[in-house]
Design a protein around this ligand. Structure first.
Ligand code: IPM
Ligand code: MG
Length: 371
């Protein structure tokens, strides 16, 4: 039997509550699964790490992350840490994990569960059956480009610089991920950039076109300007299958896509590195797309579904447990069909539940599905 080493990094705010529901499912699978067992390590990240150690993530936690088969990440940030030095802000912990583990491929599926079609801010007919995969480049672009600074000029004015920077190799490897995924789905890729104003957009467009020609001529490719992509997502989201885009556009477009599924509380994500040359294993981190939600943190109100669905992605992409991942998706669906809702997806006539009740209900549904 295979053992999968998990590192749990709940972080701040509701991350702590939603990761606790993942622990419930880990215990469930450890008690029954004949496919694999999980070992669990824990550590702190974000503001919680800053309070304990003065940094957003320690070297020791990074070493655990390097060794783990998968990192389960909750969320980071909150007003409590608004004043900490920029390099120690909670988000720096997440960015270091992404960069040091070289997790360049961020997969953000936006799926609309039928039971939630009316919770979307768009009309039911626009989102029912929606199934988009946003492939966001995660270790380059304006998030990491240097220089990145605020300087005071001689005349006393201040000037801020961020640097948007991409190499052809970075674009090539993310494009391949998108084409590979498209082949297993609707066989269509939209590549979003701003070639009309940005040199990185021009290069992005060229490299994606080259990769398409040499690597994936069988997949349908369309280039789209990122602003038009944002508009088309609202106008007719079901035209999309896979969207591949840079770090910043991917950040924005994935929040937009998330809302179509009913709530930001529904969207999971996987961040993957390149397969190891010897073992074929990828470094991986799984996290909900939502943040730490300080306004509802500690109240047991958070929706754990995005974090639980992220665990499902870990089973699929890191543990070779696709059947178990399907079970998690089915369990989520069945709980929603029964009318259970956390506050963020609450609708008239449904039953409002808290974080723990939702987690327990999903576990019970899993039990029923595997009985
Ligand atoms: C996300 C988040 C992060 C990002 C923050 C927390 C640094 O918004 O994962 O989308 O901007 O990448
Ligand atoms: Mg974001």
């Amino acid at each position: 039997m295979t053992t999968h080493a998990l590192l749990l990094l709940p972080g701040d705010g509701i991350g702590i509550e939603t990761i606790a529901e993942v622990e419930r499912l880990i215990a469930f699978f450890n008690a029954r699964s004949n496919k694999g067992k999980f070992t669990v390590e824990r550590d702190v990240v974000g503001g919680t790490a800053y309070d304990a150690h003065g940094v957003a993530i320690t070297d020791a936690a990074m070493a655990k992350a390097q060794k783990a088969d998968a990192v389960m990440f909750g969320a980071v940030g909150g007003p409590k840490w608004d004043k900490v030095p920029y390099e120690h802000r909670p988000e720096a912990g997440l960015l270091r994990l992404r960069k040091d583990l070289d997790l360049f491929a961020n997969l953000r599926p936006a799926i609309c569960y039928p039971a939630l079609a009316d919770a979307s801010s768009l009309k039911r007919e626009l989102v029912e059956g929606l199934d988009i995969m946003i492939v966001r480049e995660l270790t380059g672009g304006v998030y990491f480009g240097e220089p990145k600074e605020i300087v005071t000029l001689e005349n006393g004015e201040r000037r801020a610089v961020d640097t948007q920077l991409y190499t052809s190799r970075e674009i090539e490897r993310i494009a391949k991920v998108a084409f590979d995924l498209a082949r297993k789905r609707g066989n269509k890729v939209h590549s979003a950039e701003k070639r009309n104003v940005m040199k990185t957009g021009v290069l992005w467009n060229q490299v994606v076109t080259e990769v398409h020609k040499s690597y994936a001529p069988d997949v349908k490719l369309e280039h789209i300007l990122a602003d038009n992509c944002a508009m088309q997502l609202i106008r007719n989201p079901k035209q999309f299958d896979v969207i591949v885009t840079d770090n910043l556009f991917g950040d924005v477009l994935s929040d937009e896509a998330a809302m179509m599924t009913g709530s930001l509380g529904m969207l999971p994500s996987a961040s993957l590195g390149a397969p190891d040359a010897k073992t074929g294993k990828r470094k991986a981190l799984y996290e909900p797309v939502h943040g730490s939600a300080p306004d509802i943190a500690g109240k047991g109100l958070a929706n754990p579904i995005a974090t639980i669905a992220s665990f499902g992605m870990a089973l699929r992409y890191s543990c070779d447990m696709g059947a178990e991942a399907d079970l998690i998706d089915k369990a989520i669906s069945s709980v929603l069909d029964k009318g259970l809702r956390t506050g963020d997806i609450m609708q008239p006539g449904m039953t409002q539940v808290g974080t723990t009740q939702m987690g327990r209900a999903i576990e019970a549904a899993l039990k029923a599905l595997t009985a």
